[in-house]
Design a protein around this ligand. Structure first.
Ligand code: CDP
Length: 219
């Protein structure tokens, strides 16, 4: 293959792309980047400093000084940080500040990995438009809310599935409507609906597509 193989997975919140991306990375020996953790990380830094995520100058400054090490060990997977992440993610200055890191990761995956797997909202459209294989991973809102509720409920007694569903729908709407790098399926992305799939079934379906593409690249 001529260049570093890249697998890009995009799609709405809690569609199953993160779990799938991690399994694919382990299977192919590729490095994995959860690009959402960058936006969540920026939101975390802002909230910790008492800044308003809607303040574009503060958000861009936080994105410029952001590093994964700066948020290591922090619980960035909360509802509040998810909501603030999608607010900062709509700001072009923030997206621009985080772009080079993502592209560099894809071009030169760390740890001498043979390739990279990225998941997020724009990895197949903006970050790596020439990715080797692209997926747009979806699932019904109800299933996504159920999955995210199971992840969050232990840390948040009293949380309801209806609240989680409302969060996801608000965030999806903001991510899809923004002008800069909106969440949208790339024309050449494979649509993968995980509503009725187990993790293993989604993993097998994705592998079939990827193995087919890799075989064609080798020919
Ligand atoms: O895990 P979940 O699907 O809930 O979301 P995430 O991947 O952690 O992303 C959190 C937020 O970051 C999203 O709602 C988007 O607003 C933003 N994001 C983005 O704009 N572009 C990406 N490539 C990844 C995430």
């Amino acid at each position: 293959m001529p260049k570093t193989p890249v697998i890009a997975l995009d799609g709405p919140a809690a569609s199953g792309k993160g779990t799938l991306a991690q399994k694919l990375a382990a299977h192919y020996g590729f490095a994995y980047l959860d690009t959402g953790s960058l936006y969540r990380g920026v939101a975390y830094l802002l909230l910790r400093e008492g800044e308003d995520p809607r303040d574009e100058a503060a958000a861009e400054a936080a994105a410029r000084r952001f590093s994964l090490a700066a948020v290591e060990g922090a619980d960035i997977r909360t509802r509040e940080i998810g909501a603030a992440a999608s607010v900062v993610a709509a700001q072009p200055g923030v997206r621009k500040a985080l772009l080079d890191f993502q592209r560099e990761f894809a071009r030169h995956p760390p740890g001498d990995a043979k390739g990279a797997v990225l998941d997020g909202r724009d990895t197949g459209t903006v970050v790596c438009p020439d990715a080797t294989v692209k997926f747009f991973v979806i699932a019904s809102p109800k299933i996504r809310a159920e999955r995210r509720f199971l992840e969050l409920k232990a840390a948040k007694p009293g949380l309801t599935e209806a609240e989680v569903l409302a969060d996801l729908e608000e965030r999806d709407a903001r991510d899809a409507a923004r002008a800069d790098a909106p969440m949208v399926k790339a024309d050449d992305a494979e649509l993968l609906d995980t509503t009725h799939l187990t993790i293993e079934a989604a993993f097998a379906a994705a592998r079939r597509v990827i193995d087919g593409v890799f075989r064609r690249c080798e020919d």
